[in-house]
Every structure is written in C-alpha cells, then in structure tokens.
Design a protein around this ligand. Structure first.
Ligand SMILES: CC(C)(COP(=O)(O)OP(=O)(O)OC[C@H]1O[C@@H](n2cnc3c(N)ncnc32)[C@H](O)[C@@H]1OP(=O)(O)O)[C@@H](O)C(=O)NCCC(=O)NCCS
Length: 172
C-alpha cells in the first residue's frame, strides 16, 4: 500500500466483520482473539462509534468503541451488559491496523473520527486497556495512566494478558 494513496474512514458495518477477523488474527496472539459474534455484538451496541479505514474497497484497519459506565474495564471476548443511558466513558475496545498498512497514519485517522464523535457526547473521558507493547503508541496519542487502580481493575487488566495498562484522556 502506497502512503500517498487515499484511504477513506467510514462507519463499520456487519459486512466488515470477516475482514476485521482477518486483521485481528494478523495483529494479536491467539490468546487475545475474540469471536466474530462478540465483535459483531460490540458493534451493534454502538454502531455510530465504530469505523474502518478502507482503500479501494479493502479494509485495512478498524476501531471499535462504545459508551461505558463503570470504572472497571469490560471483559474480553464476552458480551457487553446492556447499554446504560448516562455512560460517562467513551471506551476504546479495539484498534488494529493490518501489519501491511501500519505506519501510514491509519490509526491516527481512526482516532480522529472517534474524538470527533466523543466531543458530541456527554462523556468525561476516553479510556482503554493498552495490551503489552501498545502503551508507547497510546502515550504518544495523549493518553495517561489511570491511577490508583483498585484490586478489581488489576484483576481485570491481567485477563488482557501480562504488562497491560489502563489509560485515559480527559475530554473536559
Ligand atoms: C498500534 C497501531 C494501532 C498503530 O497503528 P498505525 O496506523 O501504524 O499508527 P499511525 O501510523 O497512525 O501512527 C500515529 C503516530 O503514532 C506513532 N506510533 C505508531 N506506532 C507506534 C508504537 N508502537 N509506539 C510508539 N509510537 C507509535 C507513529 O509514529 C505516529 O507518530 P507521528 O504522529 O508523530 O507521526 C498498530 O501498530 C497496530 O494495529 N498494532 C497491533 C494491534 C495493537 O496493538 N493495537 C492496540 C491495542 S491496545
């Protein structure tokens, strides 16, 4: 993929789930892979806050986000509880760019879409779990570690693998 070629950011649809599964497999170890049904359900919970980066009809990257109303991150590969109306967090569930398209600014473009959406909602923070190795990327995007962490959060983070970090950016 040539960095000068135009990539479009558009809303993710259920028809993109197969492409997303392929990107997921190319980006993560088997222990972190989520079922298609769970990814689709997360999209269904908040379709307005999920996007893909597309070049010539091929999906190269995706961003799944949803409102969230708890200080503790959601479970991985598990259905979300029903949406709560006054959620205060815009939760980034997953951002992944196919290895052949990394370093071209696609993640940044997807995050810009998320930030624009966030600003129209009553959220106080954007939060996420950075998996092992991804923390430097998120720190560069302006996220900072959430502190202190209670035992429940620490246990939840460890279910995302070793060396995970709970990060946020304030929208105030
Ligand atoms: C992390 C990831 C999403 C970055 O995607 P990308 O499209 O390559 O990132 P971009 O090209 O938009 O880079 C945006 C900026 O972040 C920087 N950056 C990218 N990857 C980085 C990394 N691993 N560490 C630190 N900075 C990084 C870029 O240099 C760029 O900086 P600039 O704005 O000063 O030029 C991608 O590498 C990926 O999908 N990794 C595997 C899945 C993953 O770990 N996802 C995060 C789960 S928490």
């Amino acid at each position: 993929m040539n960095p000068k070629q135009i990539t479009r950011i558009r809303p993710l649809t259920l028809a993109d789930i197969d492409a997303i599964m392929q990107i997921q497999s190319a980006c993560y170890p088997a222990s972190l892979l989520e079922d298609a049904a769970h990814l689709a359900a997360k999209h269904q919970q908040s379709p307005a806050s999920c996007w893909v980066a597309v070049h010539q009809d091929e999906v190269f990257a995706y961003l799944l986000t949803h409102p969230w109303a708890s200080d503790t991150p959601p479970d991985l590969n598990t259905p979300l509880p029903p949406a709560i109306p006054n959620s205060f967090i815009h939760y980034i569930h997953d951002l992944a760019v196919h290895p052949k398209a990394q370093g071209l600014g696609l993640a940044r473009q997807l995050l810009d879409a998320a930030l624009s959406w966030s600003k129209q909602q009553p959220f106080t923070h954007i939060r996420l779990v950075a998996i092992a190795g991804a923390e430097p990327f998120w720190l560069k995007q302006g996220f900072t570690p959430i502190s202190p962490l209670n035992e429940k959060i620490i246990r939840k983070l460890s279910s995302y693998g070793p060396n995970t970090h709970y990060l946020e950016v304030s929208l105030k």
